[in-house]
Design a protein. Structure first.
Length: 548
């Protein structure tokens, strides 16, 4: 019998012994020590714990007297034990890559303490969803690998949320992404999408969870090609035998290493934050859009806690088109529902009556009042973008100052821009994006790389820039905000129409007009794998001062 099966049988035998003898639960012997997380937006301060794992049920209370098990208790009171008992993957194998990842976790106990504490708000819900579907309980550890259980995590590859969905996969699994709301960060929506995706991959790869997990990281096409290549060469097609990207080769071992560590943390002297096996939040229907500061007041919690439970909302209010629900702590749900029922619909949002002045536009008004053009249009029954001087508009506004909504998209961006610095000797300037701008054109203007420019602003170089957005730039050039470096002419961006000629290629046209190939592709939605056709018309946004 292998170690994995033996370990499972020992666990089940131990449960029977526990239940039949009504053993007492041990107390949680905690020794708190201050430990700070990174200075990223949304970062929290954590406490490190030393916990007694001698018995299968960790006590729920962090302090206090040891608790006694109820005679008929069969449900683990500790989430980590619940995960151990629902494990299905074979992590008890000898593989160098698995051992390397396991050694890293062992050497970083503070990291494990932080991520286990950060998971407290979300992991019970996730384990319940996994259990209902009959999936391996180790999947509840996947957000540690993906995002360290940070719902505000955003990667250079445009992946967002605990489950790190990229926009394309998010659309496939019907996760909404708009100005007000990003379903990739929504705890309920993203968890449902992630488990649906993993279930699909598991079926696609004939019940092989290792291949399904690898495909979740690098894409089903990448894993499928690696399998077909090995099969053609007569080689094994299991995960450990495939030629996969470096990140994927370590991705699956990371999850298995976590499962191995959490199965027996006391053996490896690892402290996990004691997360109770009970709901942290409940779902309350709001029925309509509501200001998040107002909602937090009704629930008697601070706005930051409301954002952490509802990280999908980007702005100061829930999205006009939904979802019309909020997650609130279980012990506050009754109060919130009661208070919400007595609040008239008209008071859930605050409104500003505004008379249009000469030179106003919907875009400028949206920027001034921290809302979007679509919302102003909808609330005032406007078609198109035309408004006239003297016209009266009703515009939604926040009840509090912007800084009060500390975890809104705008405030998280400001924190990123204030904490991410450039090289020694560089200084910070701010640039307001104009129509036709791209990361390439702005980085070229200031003599920096596109990747660094994106990093300073918590974005990916592949993100689309919208006019009016302010970007932080760290440059060695002598500049002032929204001006060109001294000795250089201000850029004059012009929209040009270009007709493709014989012999033209994307690279040739890009070189001719001093733009990037990616910009031409983005501006015209052309397929880079297909040849341009003579006579085909392209739209270009060109800095005419930079042309030869």
């Amino acid at each position: 019998m292998n170690n994995y099966l033996s370990n499972k049988i020992n666990k089940l035998t131990f449960i029977v012994v526990v239940i039949s003898s009504f053993m007492l639960l041990s107390g949680c012997n905690t020794s708190p020590a201050e430990d700070s997380n990174s200075a990223e937006p949304g970062a929290e301060t954590f406490t490190e714990y030393k916990i007694d794992y001698a018995y299968p049920y960790s006590c729920v209370a962090v302090t206090g007297e040891p608790k006694q098990a109820e005679p008929d208790a069969v449900v683990p009171r500790d989430i980590w034990y619940k995960i151990r008992m629902g494990s299905q993957l074979d992590w008890d194998i000898k593989q160098k890559r698995l051992q390397a990842e396991f050694n890293w976790y062992q050497r970083h106990p503070n990291y494990m303490a932080r991520v286990s504490q950060r998971s407290e708000r979300y992991i019970y819900y996730i384990t319940e969803q996994i259990q209902q579907r009959g999936l391996p309980m180790e999947l509840a550890l996947l957000p540690i690998v993906e995002s360290a259980y940070d719902p505000f995590a955003y990667s250079h590859g445009r992946a967002s949320g605990m489950w790190q969905f990229i926009p394309g996969t998010a659309r496939v699994y019907k996760l909404q992404i708009n100005w007000w709301y990003d379903g990739r960060r929504d705890v309920i929506a993203s968890t449902d999408a992630a488990l649906n995706y993993l279930t699909y991959l598991h079926k696609l790869f004939d019940g092989d969870w290792m291949l399904a997990l690898a495909a979740y990281n690098s894409g089903q096409g990448t894993v499928g090609r690696a399998v077909r290549k090995n099969r053609k060469l007569g080689r094994p097609t299991d995960f450990w035998s495939l030629d996969l990207p470096r990140e994927t080769r370590s991705y699956v071992p990371k999850l298995l290493a976590l499962a191995k560590l959490i199965d027996n943390p006391q053996q490896y002297d690892i402290a996990l934050y004691p997360v109770a096996n009970r709901p942290y939040f409940t779902n309350v229907s709001t029925g309509s859009q509501i200001d998040l500061a107002e909602a937090a007041s009704l629930a008697d919690i601070d706005v930051e806690e409301l954002y952490r439970l509802n990280p999908g909302f980007n702005r100061w209010a829930t999205a006009p088109s939904g979802p019309h629900r909020l997650l609130v702590p279980v012990d506050k749900a009754g109060l919130f529902e009661q208070q919400l029922a007595t609040l008239p619909d008209a008071e859930r949002m605050h409104w500003q009556r505004y008379t249009v002045k000469q030179g106003d536009s919907l875009g400028r008004l949206a920027q001034r009042y921290h809302t979007d053009v679509r919302t102003i249009r909808a609330n005032n029954k406007i078609k198109g973008n035309m408004i006239r001087e003297g016209q009266s508009l009703l515009i939604p506004i926040a009840t509090q100052g912007s800084s009060h909504y500390a975890l809104s998209s705008d405030q998280r961006l400001k924190k990123i821009q204030s904490t991410r610095k450039g090289a020694a000797g560089s200084h910070q300037v701010f640039y307001t994006v104009k129509s036709g701008d791209s990361f390439w054109s702005i980085s070229r203007r200031y003599g920096v790389s596109s990747s660094k420019l994106a990093h300073w602003n918590g974005m990916s170089p592949k993100n689309t820039l919208h006019p009016g957005k302010k970007l932080s730039v760290w440059t060695n050039q002598s500049t002032s905000s929204n001006t060109s470096p001294r000795g250089q002419r201000d850029p004059m961006m012009r929209k040009l129409g270009y007709r493709v000629r014989n012999g033209d290629s994307l690279a040739r046209i890009a070189g001719k007009f001093n733009v990037s190939v990616n910009d031409i592709i983005r501006w015209n939605s052309v397929n880079p794998k297909k040849y341009l056709q003579p006579g085909q018309r392209l739209t270009l946004y060109v800095d005419i001062t930079a042309m030869n």
